[in-house]
Design a protein around this ligand. Structure first.
Ligand code: HEC
Length: 142
């Protein structure tokens, strides 16, 4: 029986090539932020939006709102789908998040606190609804 390092074992040799390709693929994946990493970044913008709202810092609210939107664009490019999420990420974003986020930017421009609070709640619900659908309801955004 050929040893694992035998180059004469045709089958094992093929296996080594496959192994090497898999290793290279994984290495490439290391450079690609995971979906969860994107989520952690989202959490950061989200928290800053909440703080900006509490402090009535409207330029800051607008800033983090548009950064969150940009992050969704990027997340969608990196991960157009995610195994546990039923809809394509972009579709979920358009259906549940784009309108409240666009409105939040307008609210920030108009310094409209009550409307901003309402739209912010819609964002919170949209985050959590996806978590529920993806069986990670324990990740409850507040
Ligand atoms: C389209 C679905 C979807 C939307 C929208 C979504 N999430 Fe997530 N989120 C997920 C999934 C799925 C996971 C679990 C990822 C995994 O299993 O690796 C997750 C995980 C997280 C995590 C945990 C990350 C970690 O591993 O530490 C945080 C924090 C988070 N989301 C924040 C948010 C916030 C804030 C929003 C809204 C601005 C949001 N998410 C919107 C699907 C979504």
């Amino acid at each position: 029986m050929a040893t694992s390092c035998s180059i004469f074992d045709k089958e094992r040799n093929t296996h080594k090539v496959v192994e090497r390709l898999e290793a290279l693929e994984k290495k490439e994946d290391l450079h690609k932020p995971s979906f969860a990493t994107q989520m952690i970044l989202m959490q950061s913008h989200y928290t800053n939006m909440r703080l900006a709202l509490q402090r009535k810092n409207y330029p800051l609210l607008r800033y983090h709102t548009s950064k969150l939107q940009e992050l969704f664009v990027l997340t969608n490019l990196l991960h157009p789908t995610f195994p546990t999420v039923k809809d394509p990420i972009w579709q979920y974003y358009i259906t549940h998040l784009d309108t409240p986020l666009e409105s939040l930017k307008e609210d920030a421009d108009n310094k409209s606190l009550s409307s901003a609070s309402e739209n912010f709640s819609k964002v919170t619900n949209a985050c959590n609804k996806c978590h529920q659908q993806a069986n990670v309801a324990f990740i409850a955004i507040k």
